[in-house]
Design a protein. Structure first.
Lengths: 166, 201
């Protein structure tokens, strides 16, 4: 049987990544965008991006096959929280341009306020839900808490952001 | 945002930490994109197409584990040599093929094939003989079709005993192209066109 030139393998989105390359190809853009929104700064986002994937490689295999995406978000979130404990970032609006939110109703000002006023854990909740549009179940998965706690964290974050913008 | 640069940086850190051992990249060629993977002992895979096949990924995984990573620097020499070959500026490859993880007969057939020079051709029966079993021409054809490193292990230089083209993992047109690139067009390909239906398209 001849194999035609350029014929790719069947696409299996339901199947977990088997190699680091598959993990990178599927999620690198998304994780970089998330890192930009979490850190608000290009250089910090790139560091967070590298640290997230390296940590994933070191911890390989993922705890559950087919759930690598939530796993990566979780690693990125934990790294961001850890990094935050070491230093509070100084953020300008200009730094946030590459992280411009995609969702209606959330402006760059909201994001700037989030980065400025929120502790990393709440900021992650805010970015995941209000900016990226992840449902609460996924936010809970990433943050390693119950759905209820995720709702509470997002709502607390929203309150603080609104207050910061008044 | 240039993710390629970020990927390269990630790859070099992963390599320094010993987390990744196989670098891959997609190389443009006159035969379309080629997926090229390079491990610590040489070129592990060249696949016709931008994505590797299941069988190829399985083999590389089995031999080298999950540390298979997009890395333009790690695959750069192989990519450059392929490019030179396709531009007619290279007749032998300095990068070595890595045939780890293949069966013994397949491996012997491919080693025999690797010794067929640029612009030369041989037959399935002959490589079978050199692999130690002259009567295994058909099995040699099978081994060549599963050649994980085409072009560098030049299975396109192995023809059917009657002088027809035989098969090719990358499609018969790719085989014709490579042979004519090496200066062996008309006779063999014209005869092949008459006798071998092109199942690749």
């Amino acid at each position: 049987v001849e194999v035609g030139a350029g014929e790719g393998p069947p696409v299996r989105p339901d199947r977990g990544a088997r190699t680091f390359g598959e993990l990178i190809e599927r999620y690198d853009r998304e994780i970089l965008a998330y890192a930009l929104r979490l850190t608000g700064r290009r250089a910090d986002a790139e560091d967070l991006f590298q640290e997230t994937f390296l940590a994933a490689f070191r911890a390989w295999p993922p705890p559950r096959r087919g759930n690598e995406r939530a796993w990566l978000y979780r690693i990125a979130t934990n790294k961001a929280v850890d990094g935050e404990r070491r230093r509070r970032p100084a953020v300008s609006i200009d730094d946030l341009a590459p992280a411009a939110p995609e969702r209606d109703g959330v402006t760059m000002l909201d994001l700037a306020a989030a980065v400025r006023v929120l502790p990393a854990g709440q900021r992650a909740a805010f970015v995941l839900h209000a900016v990226n549009g992840h449902p609460y179940t996924e936010v809970a998965q990433v943050l390693g808490c119950t759905e209820e706690a995720a709702r509470a964290r997002v709502s607390e974050a929203m309150k603080k952001v609104r207050r910061a913008l008044q | 945002v240039n993710t390629l640069e970020l990927r390269d940086r990630l790859a070099s850190r992963a390599r320094r930490e010993g987390l990744a051992s196989v670098a891959y990249q997609t190389v443009d060629s006159p035969l379309g994109p080629l997926w090229v993977a390079v491990g610590p002992r040489g070129v592990v895979a060249i696949h016709y197409g931008a994505e590797p096949s299941e069988a190829e990924i399985e083999r590389v995984l089995r031999v080298y584990g999950p540390g298979i990573i997009p890395d333009r620097r790690g695959a750069a020499q192989a990519a450059r040599e392929l490019d030179e070959y396709f531009h007619g500026r290279r007749r032998t490859f300095d990068v070595q093929p890595d045939l780890a993880g293949l069966g013994e007969f397949t491996s012997r057939v491919l080693h025999a094939t690797a010794r067929v020079g640029y612009g030369q051709v041989t037959t399935y029966r002959e490589v079978a003989r050199r692999a130690g079993n002259e009567r295994a021409a058909r099995a040699a054809g099978g081994a060549l079709r599963s050649n994980p490193v085409p072009i560098i292990v030049p299975c396109h230089r192995v023809l059917a005993t009657g002088g027809t083209l035989g098969g090719y993992g990358g499609g018969i047109r790719a085989k014709e192209f490579l042979l004519s690139l090496e200066g062996r067009d008309s006779t063999v390909t014209d005869r092949a066109r008459r006798t071998v239906p092109d199942r690749a398209r």
